[in-house]
Design a binder for this molecule. Structure first.
Ligand code: NDP
Length: 313
């Protein structure tokens, strides 16, 4: 393998975690190089308004906020590049990352902030109405449907948590569960079942989300009886799980069974010296822009300390 460039800090991914890591690493003099990946700006570029990121009293559009993150990182001196990490070799002590299946970069420290991607049902109507009432984040978008009827699909802890969250804001939550039972923990199931304004549809699947320019309803089909029900709603939330974008790291980095990178508690350290992880790729619990940004800061501080201690910096 031919190394075409050597850097002290390579950041992979351009969501709040990656850009925050870039801001801190730049200010610490690490001259970070950041590769943006397949979706520059990350998941926030597919949301609409963000009202829960501190510092924006009037709220802000997700894509615009990510432009701010990028500009701030660039102003601090981060070298931000369009490109995708396609392979890594973490044999160490220096780490090798391949970009766009072409060139290899050698990095003394690597910050993995590749995020996670929401899983979708795969319906045409879901794609068409995405951002117009279809959302994969109740905490981000639920508030816009205050007092309205909404639906949520999924039956894991995320779906249960989000259904409960929505039940406090919306007049009614129609929860669509594809089997006759839920996967969520017992306590969460009980809470969902005991919430008066959550209606459960067991053995049910979404056939189509209805509406021309915005969500107006959902057609649900019972997979036992084939009976169809149309429910008028204003928003449709998908909570069927996320997929962390960690596949290329799997031979080297410890992960849980779902592919989330394991970090040492209270830090961003992975099982490989000099490799750190931040944001949704290592967080299946909180998954918020502000927590991702916080962990990006941790990763840059950890990288800086590592590089100093190892005599690289
Ligand atoms: P899970 O993989 O646990 O659950 C996904 C759910 O979506 C399942 O109920 C599954 O149904 C359903 N589903 C999947 N595909 C479809 C589909 N095409 N149509 C309809 N339904 C579908 O994902 P979660 O995001 O809920 O949780 C991920 C992990 O994070 C879990 O380990 C969870 O415990 C954890 N978590 C913990 C929290 C906490 O501790 N506070 C909060 C949130 C998550 P089926 O059951 O039939 O397979």
């Amino acid at each position: 393998m031919e190394i075409s460039e050597k850097v002290s800090c390579l950041i992979i991914g351009s969501g709040p975690a990656g850009y925050t890591a870039a801001i801190y690493a730049s200010r610490a003099g690490l001259k970070p190089v950041l590769y943006q990946g397949i979706q520059p700006g990350g998941q926030l570029t597919i949301t609409t308004e963000v009202e829960n990121y501190p510092g924006y009293p009037e709220g802000i559009q997700g894509p615009e906020m990510m432009v701010h993150f990028e500009k701030q990182a660039a102003r601090m001196g981060a070298d931000i590049r369009y490109g995708l990490a396609t392979q890594v070799d973490f044999t160490g002590p220096l780490h090798k990352v391949q970009i766009d299946e072409e060139k290899w970069i050698e990095a003394a420290s690597v910050i993995i902030s590749t995020g996670a991607s929401a899983k979708w049902l795969g319906l045409e109507s879901e794609q068409r109405l995405n951002g117009y009432g279809v959302s994969a984040c109740a905490v981000c978008d639920g508030f816009f449907f205050k007092g309205k009827e909404v639906a949520i699909v999924g039956a894991g802890d995320t779906a249960a948590e989000e259904a409960l969250y929505l039940s406090k804001i919306c007049s009614r939550v129609h929860m669509i569960v594809r089997r006759g039972e839920m996967r969520a923990s017992k306590i969460m199931q009980e809470r969902v079942k005991n919430t008066a304004n959550i209606t459960l549809y067991w053995n049910s699947e979404t056939e189509e989300i209805l509406g021309d320019k915005k969500v107006e309803g959902v057609r649900i089909v019972n997979n036992q009886t084939a009976e169809k029900t149309t429910v008028p709603i204003s928003a449709f939330f998908v909570a069927i799980g996320h997929q962390p974008n960690s596949a290329i790291f799997s031979p080297w980095i410890d992960m849980d069974e779902a592919g989330y990178i394991k970090t040492v508690a209270g830090s961003s350290r992975t099982n490989r010296e000099g490799v750190f992880a931040a944001g949704d790729v290592q967080d299946k619990i909180y998954r918020q822009a502000v927590t991702a940004a916080g962990s990006g800061c941790m990763a840059a501080l950890d990288a800086e300390r590592y590089l100093s201690a190892a005599g690289f910096h």
